[in-house]
Ligand binder design. Structure first.
Ligand SMILES: Nc1nc2c(c(=O)[nH]1)N[C@H]1C(S)=C(S)[C@@H](COP(=O)(O)OP(=O)(O)OC[C@H]3O[C@@H](n4cnc5c(=O)[nH]c(N)nc54)[C@H](O)[C@@H]3O)O[C@H]1N2
Ligand SMILES: Nc1nc2c(c(=O)[nH]1)N[C@H]1C(S)=C(S)[C@@H](COP(=O)(O)OP(=O)(O)OC[C@H]3O[C@@H](n4cnc5c(=O)[nH]c(N)nc54)[C@H](O)[C@@H]3O)O[C@H]1N2
Ligand code: SF4
Ligand SMILES: [Mo]
Length: 688
């Protein structure tokens, strides 16, 4: 039988690359990149290529199971769903709806059906505690840009003449964007590339490389603003017409001289001047910032604010090649409701994370989850449903998270595999992988700023008794008499509901545009006709909203909480800098260690360290060492590299056998977003 090609997209990570999936007699046999996809342009990574191995993995959960007698026992869907419905009802009656939390991991970003149905369920049940990955990823930058521009503007580096790649190793994490940047460099349209990173990443070879001390970026941003303003290199006309608070900023950044900031950041003053001048004069210019690398700091929110101000004062806003507004769609939003009853955990501590200007966010701050379970603060959480996530390995302070998960009265995990988190559950439910169900690919708008949409086709039949996430939530909801919130009978109806705001129909996408379609045109220079959607209608350089809530209205540099400057006593015991969560192309967070092609290419966890630092501790490549912070210790293999500055240890996350989150902490946190510090801690090492 001839091979059939199905055009779809891959959501094994946030890139959501377009794919051509080859099916032979109902079986997925091969996956290639889809050249005509405007975001990925034919690029895929080893995970995408391993998709057949992933979907047919013998480790897949094939039927619902319950914990019994210390092991797992197969049960029917009916028994699983009835038990869940009964337990959830009892919990609500005993403790109130907010005692249930639902955790959506990273997969909730690219899989909008999963995230939307979890949210509909939370709304119907009445719990405000939807713990989302947004509690430590991505929302910081969205919030900062919204607060500055009124909406989430997105970088457009492929049209820029100058690009700063700031804390993003896109050859490993965002190959689709790397591809666009390399193409622009090759064609000569991109003239000036600047890389700011403690690691000499591959892209650094193509431009100016600035090696920075981790966690000090805000100081560098403010020094660049200092130079740009002092030397009159800012866009006076733009600033005058469209912004508010420039004079306060000019005054504020006077105290961040390049000389002073050079001492903080390790970046020489002449380099600070050089990159500031280039960024301000080679136009258009776009800063492409890392998501985790700049956000997961004590000062992460202000990093994002300061980046917005660099774009603003240079007038690189809403022009091709700058940061640009997007015609967003609110897919699925019609049925969403943010629960009005009960206050989400973290709502008091992080009010802006929960919403501002009447725009309420549906999430609660996951960093406070363990306090609620273990200390009943501000009230007890006694049950958890994990829908696509592995928090026991991915949240900071794994010991405390594990303790909290073990204390829960009831826990359900919906996943494809029996993960480290699922092992702790009372019931596990088998979810379909994405090729076993239909969906809508829409994440390109938010991540790449490209208003494109694709029908994610069902490619193969579900494995075992696995179900699509939307169906699982619907069936639990119906058993709890929330049927009115879940009116959809078929997957087609679900897709139609999601597509409704797009103006595109399922039939059009299936028949005429299997490769996907643009749902709108991007517009530039809209500020000439429209106001910004901030309270003042202008770009708010000085933020009254932040001030009213007790925060710095202009970004202020704050030392990482663990550093020789902020914690000299701690630094005596723990003299090295620990940065966590460097990614490699084979894995997404905790996933895919069971896929043999991928595992063969990246067999075990390694800690990267400069050879000189290793030598100081008598360590060489392949040795085992103990890494210890004030939180805990792990054993891990040494890999030396001159790409990192001496004195820094870089350890990836997601490995159960060397779980770096045994070394991280749930506090202190960014005061605005509640994000934890994962990129700059102090540690010590010892050969073992
Ligand atoms: N120390 C440290 N910790 C970190 C980070 C760091 O840099 N350093 N990074 C953080 C960041 S940025 C993130 S985003 C988080 C990620 O944290 P998590 O999202 O908790 O981690 P994942 O391993 O991606 O978990 C996703 C799970 O979803 C399952 N899954 C996949 N597809 C589906 C599906 O369709 N349905 C269902 N039900 N399940 C599915 C997978 O099998 C997997 O078990 O980790 C964070 N943790
Ligand atoms: N293969 C793969 N790709 C992924 C993921 C994955 O798990 N695997 N996860 C996805 C997700 S959810 C996310 S959030 C993103 C995360 O990715 P991002 O945060 O966008 O960044 P990365 O591309 O991992 O690169 C981080 C770079 O920042 C540098 N860095 C670390 N700390 C600092 C600092 O303080 N300042 C500066 N200037 N640089 C610093 C590191 O040295 C590294 O080179 O990746 C996404 N893509
Ligand atoms: S980068 Fe790889 S895993 Fe991520 S969407 Fe693309 S092909 Fe899939
Ligand atoms: Mo993330």
């Amino acid at each position: 039988m001839a091979l059939k090609v199905i055009k779809s997209d891959c959501i094994m990570c946030i890139n959501s690359c377009g794919i051509n999936a080859y099916v032979d007699d109902g079986r997925l046999v091969r996956v290639e990149g889809m050249p005509e996809h405007p975001v990925s342009e034919g690029v895929i990574c080893p995970r995408g290529e391993a998709l057949p191995e992933y979907v047919y993995s013998p480790d897949r959960l094939k039927y619902p199971m319950k914990k019994a007698g210390g092991g797992w026992q197969r049960i029917s869907w009916n028994e699983a769903l009835n038990t869940i419905a009964e337990k959830l009802q009892a919990i609500k009656e005993k403790h109130g709806a907010e005692a249930l939390a639902v955790y959506n991991g990273s997969i909730g970003t690219e899989n909008i059906e999963l995230a939307t149905f979890a949210q509909i369920f939370c709304g119907a049940y009445g719990t405000p505690n939807l713990l989302s990955v947004e509690g430590n990823c991505f929302r910081s930058r969205i919030m900062a840009r919204q607060m500055t521009f009124g909406s989430y503007l997105i970088e457009e580096p492929w049209n820029a003449r100058c690009v700063i790649v700031w804390g993003q190793n896109m050859d490993r994490t965002r190959m689709t964007m790397a591809n666009k940047i390399y193409k622009a460099l090759d064609s000569g349209t991109l003239e000036q590339l600047i890389v700011i990173d403690p690691r000499r990443i591959p892209m650094a070879e193509k431009g100016i490389y600035i090696r920075i001390r981790p966690g000090t970026d805000c100081a560098l941003m403010l020094a660049m603003l200092n130079v740009i303003i002092a030397e009159g290199l800012y866009d006076k006309d733009f600033v005058e017409k469209y912004t508010l608070g420039f004079n306060q900023l000019a005054e504020h950044v006077k105290s961040y001289s390049p000389e002073k900031v050079a001492e903080i950041t390790w970046v020489p003053a002449e380099d600070i001047r050089r990159i500031a001048r280039l960024f301000a004069t080679v136009k258009p210019a776009s800063i492409v910032p890392g998501t985790a690398a700049l956000d997961q700091h004590i000062n992460g929110f202000q990093n994002n604010r300061a980046l917005s101000l660099l774009q603003t004062v240079t007038g690189n806003i809403d022009i091709p090649g700058g940061w640009v507004g997007m015609p967003y769609l609110r897919l699925g939003a019609r049925e969403l409701r943010v629960t009005e009853t009960g206050e989400a955990i973290g709502a008091k501590e992080y009010p802006l994370f929960h919403g501002f200007w009447g725009r309420k966010a549906p999430f609660s701050q996951e960093m406070l989850f363990a306090d609620a379970v273990l200390e009943r603060k501000p009230y007890p959480i006694t049950a958890l449903i994990v829908n696509g996530g592995n928090p026991v390995l991915t949240l900071p302070d794994s010991s405390r998270i594990k303790q909290a998960l073990e204390k829960l009265d009831f826990m359900v995990v919906i996943d494809l595999f029996l993960t480290e988190t699922a092992e702790l559950a009372d019931i596990v439910l088998p979810a379909c992988s994405f090729p076993e169900k239909s969906g809508v690919g829409y994440v390109y708008g938010v991540t790449a700023g490209i208003p494109y949409l694709l029908l994610r086709k069902k490619i193969i039949e579900p494995i075992g008794e696995s179900w699509a996430d939307w169906k699982i939530w619907t069936e639990i909801g119906r058993r709890m008499s929330y049927g009115e919130f879940f009116p959809w009978q078929t997957e087609e109806e679900v897709i139609d509901f999601f597509l409704e705001p797009s103006g595109l129909t399922r039939e059009q996408l299936e028949r005429d545009h299997p490769e996907g379609a643009f749902y709108a045109e991007k517009k530039y220079r809209t500020y000439q006709t429209n106001n910004y959607r901030t309270p003042s209608g202008k770009i708010e350089i000085y933020s009254e909203t932040l001030k009213e809530n007790g925060y710095d209205p202009l970004p202020v540099y704050v030392e990482p909480s663990q550093s020789p400057v902020s914690a000299p006593e701690l630094a005596k015991d723990y003299p090295l800098i620990l940065t966590t969560g460097a990614r490699i192309p084979q894995y997404t967070h905790t996933q895919f260690r069971n896929i043999s092609t991928l595992k063969r290419a990246a067999v075990e966890p390694v800690a990267e360290i400069h050879p000189d630092t290793a030598a100081q501790y008598g360590l060489a490549d392949g040795d085992m060492m103990r890494v210890e912070t004030n939180k805990g210790q792990i054993a891990i293999k040494v890999k030396t590299t001159e790409d990192l500055a001496p004195g820094i240890i870089s350890i990836p996350h997601g490995w159960a056998e060397a779980n770096v989150n045994l070394l991280t902490s749930l506090e202190p946190r960014d005061p605005v977003t509640g994000y934890a510090e994962l990129k700059t801690l102090l540690c010590r090492i010892k050969k073992i």
